[in-house]
Design a protein around this ligand. Structure first.
Ligand SMILES: CC(C)(COP(=O)(O)OP(=O)(O)OC[C@H]1O[C@@H](n2cnc3c(N)ncnc32)[C@H](O)[C@@H]1OP(=O)(O)O)[C@@H](O)C(=O)NCCC(=O)NCCS
Length: 142
């Protein structure tokens, strides 16, 4: 497996958008707006690949004051539970540390809490609804 930082609007970026649509949005009857995708130009875009095939992805978004937010973590359905999410998370944390961030934060889907807990994240607030489903803020010091 190879981990890469992707250029916005590259072929790999559009593979990432498709994966995110398949795993994170279409099951909820949602999609991405043009504006939402254009704003990702500023984010750190990460993909895990086997040859040219994307297995999973995530992105990091600067929140200011030493904080970075993980977004859009997804692994393709057939390969979930095989350690790809852990590898992506470790890679994203290393990039965040290298860039001087002190805290990693996220809006975690309730059904993924157990995954992030295994990665050392703690719930930091009450449940809220985002894109129609329950979420929690989770954080970890890097
Ligand atoms: C959540 C997700 C990114 C995790 O990636 P993954 O490759 O499946 O996870 P891993 O195989 O690396 O799992 C690492 C550990 O977390 C556990 N884990 C994985 N998903 C879990 C979940 N949803 N709930 C509880 N534990 C989970 C695994 O059992 C494993 O535990 P172990 O180390 O004791 O064996 C992936 O399952 C996914 O894309 N899910 C659907 C989309 C989603 O919910 N994304 C998160 C948005 S916030």
């Amino acid at each position: 497996m190879a981990l890469k930082i992707l250029d916005h609007n590259s072929t790999e970026y559009w593979q990432m958008v498709q994966l995110r649509n398949d795993i994170l949005r279409r099951p909820l009857g949602l999609t991405f707006s043009k504006e939402e995708l254009e704003a990702e130009d500023h984010h750190i875009l990460i993909g895990a690949f086997e040859d040219d095939y994307m297995l999973g992805c995530c992105m990091l978004v600067d929140e200011g004051h030493g904080k970075v937010r993980l977004r859009q973590m997804a692994v393709i359905n057939d390969l979930q539970g095989k350690g790809i999410g852990r590898v992506l998370m470790n890679f994203a944390e290393n990039i965040a540390r290298d860039r001087g961030y002190k805290t990693l934060t996220m809006h975690a889907r309730k059904n993924a809490l157990g995954f992030y807990e295994k990665m050392g994240y703690k719930v930091a607030g009450g449940e809220f609804t985002e894109i129609t489903i329950p979420h929690y803020v989770m954080e970890k010091s890097l």
